[in-house]
Design a protein around this ligand. Structure first.
Ligand SMILES: Cc1ncc(COP(=O)(O)O)c(C=O)c1O
Length: 396
């Protein structure tokens, strides 16, 4: 007898209920801004959410539904909502959950634009964000109060791959108040390596621009949670507050990328481990951050909560910003560009690129050193990636 529980790739390939009327193997692209009603009564029933069915593409299309069903299964949630970008997923979620006068507790290390949104923009609407060292239990307990609505974290965090114990964090937050929404940005791990909902989070989100799509050719995002929460985010955060809808063309491409996510992650992890080990032996490197290395502060937690250590490696070049720039400017197989999780290896300098919105003080507080390089290990052959780094380091 078979079982209902299928493997990751099987669900990534077959895990939607969509059946095309003509029997197409692949989910069709339903490029229609609006959907026909049989009668006014039917239109009214759909608007009242009494009858299932499509209304207008800002609320979804069959193409986006197919992708949402798959991503919800892969993140072990009840429902999913795909969005135009990862920032669309972050903002639509936060706008739905938070009210003026309430508070967010977030880890100090976050993707630069999420930090900007929290630190400089939410404050304009009466929301207070406390940035803490989430790994420090005492800091978390001290920051929790009656106004806390959200506890927000990334792990591994962008850009320095800090690891936070998801289970412990969610437990502390929920013991204080079960109504608090614990939200994890799971972009760096992908659902192949880590499923935050299983570890006690209420909401998980991604920039699908990265590993989930995996081919560096589009922007997309997703939020996964219980059905009620997702419905609210769809109707408030997406429909009314951001309009950050994923177009059917993009959803089609993300679904195509998703089918190979598991095999791609295996290769990303294998090669990243080789790159990290090489960097550890390089005397021009001050520090290597890779959760798979025994030397990584979060290694034991990563072993506990992840099924692999991912494709991102960060390292600090001795001599600071100028020396780091020499490495970044001289790679030939790797490409100097922001973003990550693509087939191509990408190298970037967070202090002058992805995290440039942060002031010098904010960079120090977030532990983003001037000589830090963020390296997204692609699917080229690991030996070529390492040889490339070797020749770039020789230019110092
Ligand atoms: C961890 C993380 N979250 C969210 C985002 C935002 O995603 P997007 O660029 O798709 O809006 C990024 C982008 O780099 C990211 O690295």
């Amino acid at each position: 007898m078979g079982t209902d529980k299928k493997g990751f790739s099987t669900e990534a390939i077959h895990g939607s209920s969509l059946k095309d009327q003509y029997g197409a193997l692949i989910t069709p692209i339903y490029n229609s801004s609006t959907f026909i009603f049989d009668s006014t009564a039917q239109g009214a029933a759909r608007f009242a959410l009494e009858e299932p069915g499509y209304i207008y593409s800002r609320l979804g299309t069959p193409t986006t539904t197919a992708l949402e069903e798959k991503l919800a299964k892969l993140e072990h949630g009840e429902a999913g909502l795909v969005t135009a970008t990862g920032m669309g997923a972050v903002t639509a979620t936060i706008w739905t959950v938070i009210n003026g006068g309430e508070e967010i507790i977030a880890d100090k290390t976050l993707y630069g634009c999420t930090f900007e949104f929290f630190e400089h923009h939410l404050s304009r609407f009466g929301v207070t964000v406390h940035f803490i060292e989430m790994a420090n239990e005492d800091e978390l307990r001290a920051a929790l109060n009656d106004k806390t609505k959200i506890v927000y974290l990334e792990t591994p965090a962008n850009p320095n791959l800090k690891i936070i114990d998801i289970e412990k964090t969610a437990k502390i937050a929920h013991e204080f108040n079960p109504e608090i929404k614990v939200i994890a940005d799971n972009t760096f791990a992908s659902p192949v390596l880590q499923r935050p909902l299983d570890l006690g989070c209420d909401i998980v989100l991604h920039s699908c621009t990265k590993y989930i799509n995996g081919h560096g050719d589009l922007l997309a995002g997703v939020v996964v949670s219980d059905a009620e929460t997702i419905n609210k985010i769809r109707l408030v955060g997406i429909k009314d507050m951001t309009g950050a809808v994923l177009a059917p063309n993009e959803a089609y491409l993300v679904e195509r990328g998703l089918k190979t996510l598991e095999v791609r992650m295996q290769r990303h992890c294998e090669s990243a481990m080789k790159v990290a080990r090489y960097l550890e032996t390089n005397d021009k490197v001050e520090k290597v951050f890779y959760p798979g290395l025994e030397s990584h502060e979060g290694h034991e937690i990563a072993k506990k909560q992840m099924d692999g250590f991912g494709g991102m490696v960060s390292f600090v070049v001795k001599g600071g910003r100028k020396k780091a720039a020499i490495v970044a400017d001289n790679v030939k197989v790797a490409t100097l560009a922001v973003s990550l999780g693509a087939t191509e290896t990408l190298i970037e300098h967070p202090a002058s690129m992805t995290h440039s919105p942060l002031s010098e003080e904010e960079l120090i507080a977030a532990n983003i050193e001037p000589g830090l390089i963020r390296f997204s290990v692609g699917l080229e052959n690991a030996e070529d990636i390492i040889d490339d780094l070797k020749q770039a380091f020789e230019k110092i």
